[in-house]
Design a protein around this ligand. Structure first.
Ligand SMILES: C[S@@+](CC[C@H](N)C(=O)[O-])C[C@H]1O[C@@H](n2cnc3c(N)ncnc32)[C@H](O)[C@@H]1O
Length: 266
C-alpha cells in the first residue's frame, strides 16, 4: 500500500519529524492558536465551532486496532485525507493527539482491567494526547482527573473524545506543568512520553519530586523506545504488565510488538 511518507514517518519516529512539522507550521505563516492564552479548559467547556468542524472532518471515529476496543477515539487514519496529503498542508502543530500511542494503549488497558488502581483516586494523565488513558481512568471510577498536554488542540480532541464515550468532560490543562509547583495526585500516568532525551530528563526530575513530595503512585506505559530503555530511570522501575500489541498498532509503529506498564519507585 502506498503511504504518505510524511505522516507515516511522523507516526514511526515522532522526535525526528518534529522539525518537519514545526517548519510546516512556521512557513504557513499562521499565528498561534486563538485559545492559546486560555490554558484551562474547564469541564464541559464549549469548543470553537470552526475547530470542532475541522477536527471532525479530518479524523475518523474508531475503536478498532488498539488494546482498548471499549474506548472510541477520533484519530488520524488511512481514511483521512491528511494521512495521504503532504504534512505541510496541515495548518496546526504536530498532531500527536491524533494517534493512540502504544504506551497509552497499555496503560489504558491496565486501568480498565484493574479499576481498583484508580477507583476513588485523583489521577493526572500527563501528556494525555487523545485523552484515552484519562478516559480509561474515568471509566474505572477515578474521583478526580486532569488531562494535561502542551498542545491546545489536544485539549479539544480530548473534549470530543469524552463526548464520544458519553462521559462528562473532565478538566483539561494545556500548558507545561513541568516547571510549576506540583499539585498532589494519588496517581500520575504517562503514556509514551519518553520519546525525546531532554523531555525524558525533565520528566524524570519531575516524577522524582512528585514521588518524594506527595508519595504519588506513578505508572508509565512504553513500548520500548530507546529514549526510555536507555535512560537512567530504568533503575527505578518495576514491571507491572506487558501486552502484545494488536497487528494494526504494530504496523503503524514500525514493528513494535509489545507495550509495557512500569511502576516508578525511586
Ligand atoms: C507520543 S504522545 C502520547 C500521547 C498519549 N499519552 C498516548 O499514549 O496516546 C506525547 C504527548 O505528550 C505531549 N507533551 C509533550 N511534552 C509535554 C509536556 N512537557 N507536558 C505535557 N504534555 C507534553 C505531546 O503534545 C503529545 O500529545
Amino acid at each position: 500500500m502506498a503511504l504518505s511518507l510524511s505522516w507515516k514517518v511522523f507516526a514511526l519516529f515522532p522526535t525526528n519529524c518534529c522539525s518537519l512539522f514545526l517548519r510546516a507550521v512556521r512557513s504557513s505563516g499562521l499565528p498561534s492558536f486563538p485559545w492559546g492564552h486560555c490554558p484551562w479548559r474547564g469541564a464541559g467547556s464549549i469548543l470553537d465551532p470552526e475547530m470542532k468542524a475541522f477536527l471532525e472532518e479530518n479524523t475518523e471515529v474508531t475503536s478498532s486496532g488498539s488494546l482498548t476496543p471499549e474506548i472510541q477515539l477520533r484519530l488520524l487514519t488511512s481514511r483521512c485525507k491528511f494521512w495521504w496529503e503532504k504534512a505541510d498542508l496541515w495548518p496546526y502543530s504536530d498532531p500527536y493527539w491524533a494517534i493512540y500511542w502504544p504506551g497509552g494503549q497499555a496503560l489504558s488497558r491496565y486501568l480498565l482491567d484493574n479499576p481498583d488502581i484508580v477507583r476513588g483516586k485523583s489521577v493526572l494523565d500527563l501528556g494525555s494526547g487523545c485523552g484515552a488513558t484519562a478516559i480509561a481512568a474515568k471509566m474505572s471510577g477515578a474521583s478526580r482527573i486532569l488531562a494535561n498536554d502542551i498542545d491546545p488542540i489536544a485539549g479539544m480532541a480530548i473534549t470530543l473524545n469524552c463526548e464520544l464515550n458519553q462521559l462528562n468532560p473532565f478538566p483539561i490543562l494545556t500548558k507545561n506543568i513541568l516547571d510549576l509547583e506540583q499539585d498532589k495526585w494519588d496517581l500520575v500516568v504517562l503514556g509514551d512520553m519518553f520519546y525525546d532525551e531532554d523531555l525524558a530528563d525533565s520528566l524524570h526530575r519531575w516524577l522524582k519530586k512528585c514521588f518524594w513530595t506527595h508519595t504519588t503512585q506513578i505508572l508509565i506505559g512504553d513500548p520500548g523506545r530507546p529514549q526510555f530503555s536507555g535512560h537512567s530511570i530504568q533503575n527505578q522501575l518495576h514491571k507491572v504488565v506487558e501486552y502484545s500489541l494488536p497487528e494494526p498498532t504494530r504496523q503503524e509503529n514500525n514493528g513494535l510488538t509489545t507495550s509495557t506498564v512500569w511502576h516508578f519507585q525511586p
